[in-house]
Ligand binder design. Structure first.
Ligand code: SAH
Length: 212
């Protein structure tokens, strides 16, 4: 998997080293182990997916993590990205909207010995004001636009990596906070599951009511 990531253009040696070390299959159901290191997303519970290795590597590289960083992650999911962040940063604050996914990730990562991760169940589009500001923020679900709360909770000079666009197709953005403005880099086209919340997409129930 890591040789393929290098061929795909991932150059950050720290990211490659951590992804070589973390057993990705532990975050995936046994019945899907054949797919654990393949170059595509894999289903987890709740109709969600663990992101494709290339996208995980690209987003992590774009964050430019250092050992002193406090990082906010929106979309804990399987906890795989969380583990990578925890290896490369000082502390990870991770928010997931589904309590069962959050609990499963917490159990797995605690058993694996991580002590620098805080878990929250809730709407990540509102961020985690009590723990702000964050040096880095990563959003692993597709946003219609950049949630305001996340920009507010980003430290000066901090980086925010987030897929922004339509429900099916988005552009992966790396934004850097420079005073009042956000410097914007476009990384690639991508397709994430929707970020569902107040500053994201409506959930299915609200969506249906809206249609009636
Ligand atoms: N990074 C994870 C999961 C990616 S899937 C992994 O690789 O395993 C995206 C996750 O974002 C899903 O678990 C979904 O439930 C979660 N999510 C969607 N909207 C959210 C929101 N508003 N707040 C927190 N989590 C959200």
């Amino acid at each position: 998997m890591v040789r393929r990531l290098e061929a795909q253009g991932i150059t950050d040696q720290k990211v490659l080293e951590v992804m070589r070390r973390i057993p990705r299959h532990l975050f995936i159901a046994n019945s899907l182990w054949d797919h654990a290191y393949a170059d595509h997303p894999v289903p987890i519970d709740r109709g969600q997916t663990i992101s494709q290795p290339y996208i995980v590597a690209l987003m992590t590289q774009a964050l430019q993590l250092t050992k002193t960083d406090r990082v906010l992650e929106i979309g804990t999911g399987s906890g795989y990205q969380t583990a990578i962040l925890a290896e490369l940063a000082r502390h990870v604050y991770t928010i997931e909207r589904f309590a069962d996914l959050s609990e499963k990730a917490r159990k797995l990562l605690t058993e694996a010995g991580y002590t620098n991760i805080s878990f929250l169940v809730g709407d990540g589009t509102l961020g985690w004001p009590e723990a702000a500001p964050f040096d880095k923020i990563i959003v692993t679900a597709a946003a219609p636009e950049v949630p305001k709360a996340l920009v507010e909770q980003l430290a000066e000079g901090g980086r925010l990596v987030i897929p922004v666009g339509g429900r099916q197709l988005q552009t992966l953005l790396a934004l850097t906070k420079e005073g009042e403005r956000l410097r914007r880099e476009e990384l690639c086209a991508c397709s994430f599951l929707p970020l569902v919340g107040k500053e994201g997409w409506p959930d299915e129930e609200t969506w249906l009511q809206h249609l009636l």
